[in-house]
Design a protein around this ligand. Structure first.
Ligand code: SF4
Ligand code: SF4
Ligand code: FES
Length: 309
């Protein structure tokens, strides 16, 4: 999962020891759509969780069609920042599918949250210094450099039971048929890859990052952390997945539990309806539909619950 490049990888690159061998200087790249000898990446570095952020720039030979991940792979093998003589610890990042399906490589590229694997270097703008800037998402704790801890999303999916329970692994036969109308609504929602872009853009979704209190045991810290993760705002993606499973003919059996979770702490009422989320979703998931549907369904559920008292 985590693409931590090995320190060994730069042992064979002593010839690059100046780090400036291929640096064409600030402004060497002039922006969108042009091809260049080298591309400069300014990368946010952080050595450990809770550590100080600093920046280093690296020069990468231009290859037509290259994406940001391929540039990071080059840097992993040649980790000498511009202006330094020695190599440094290679930049850490996360990736998996390399085809915008897993969401693991999500980072902030030139100020915009997106997947590094589908970010083609020739289509990216440069900053004023002619560089492409890479930073980790700001809403998740940094593990190292560009690699963040997205556990909160998966804790959220557990909170709303974003799955269909089964009672075994035997072949239960085909599931209930869904008509074209249902498919049209549900298929787009099913494309969510838990990337975190919608949460990164959401003003209501604030970072949860705890540090260990003095004398606190591993178990105590884990309990406190789980409590925080389970009470923060769920975010648009998780709300949308609850709606998806509530729309499903079999998933509907657990609808009430999902609605209860959406009505709990950090649930649907924390959404301020700013609709930033829908604008940044790389899968164009209709999050405004999901949020509105979750709002309606929880209101109906609350009224029913009141009458059943
Ligand atoms: S609509 Fe809700 S989830 Fe989306 S960005 Fe706004 S507050 Fe966040
Ligand atoms: S809803 Fe879109 S932006 Fe949000 S996690 Fe899913 S794919 Fe990513
Ligand atoms: S590596 Fe899977 S989305 Fe980029």
């Amino acid at each position: 999962m985590a693409a931590h490049a090995s320190h060994d990888s730069h042992a064979s690159h002593g010839s690059h020891s100046t780090g400036a061998h291929d640096y064409a200087g600030p402004g060497a790249s002039h922006g969108h759509g042009e091809h260049h000898e080298n591309v400069i990446f300014r990368i946010a570095r952080q050595d450990h969780p809770g550590g100080e952020r600093y920046y280093q720039s690296f020069s990468v030979p231009h290859v037509p069609g290259m994406n940001v991940i391929s540039a990071l792979q080059y840097i992993a093998g040649h980790p000498t920042p511009i202006g330094e003589t020695d190599s440094v610890t290679p930049v850490a990042w996360d990736c998996n599918c390399l085809e915008e399906v897993c969401g693991a490589c999500t980072m902030v590229i030139n100020g915009r949250v997106r997947q590094a694997c589908s970010a083609l270097v020739d289509q990216l703008d440069r900053n004023d210094a002619g560089e492409i800037e890479l930073e980790p998402m700001s809403k998740y704790p940094v593990v190292r450099d560009l690699f963040v801890d997205r556990r909160r999303i998966f804790e959220g999916l557990k909170r709303v039971r974003a799955w269909i329970p089964v009672d075994g692994y035997y072949d239960a036969g085909p599931g209930p048929t869904q008509g074209p109308g249902e498919q049209e609504i549900n298929y787009p929602l099913s494309q969510c890859m838990s990337c975190g872009c919608c949460m990164e853009a959401c003003p209501q979704y604030t970072k949860v990052e705890l540090s260990r209190a003095s004398g606190e045991s591993d178990a105590e810290f884990a309990r406190r952390e789980t409590h925080e993760l389970q009470n923060g705002f769920l975010g648009a993606a998780v709300i949308s997945q609850a709606v998806l499973f509530n729309n499903h003919p079999t998933g509907r059996m657990n609808k009430a539990e999902r609605l209860e979770a959406l009505m709990g702490p950090g649930g649907i009422t924390d959404c301020g309806n700013a609709q930033n989320c829908v604008k940044v979703c790389p899968k164009l998931i209709p999050l405004t539909y999901s949020i509105a549907k979750a709002g309606r369904d929880t209101s109906i559920h609350a009224i029913k619950r009141w009458f059943m008292k």
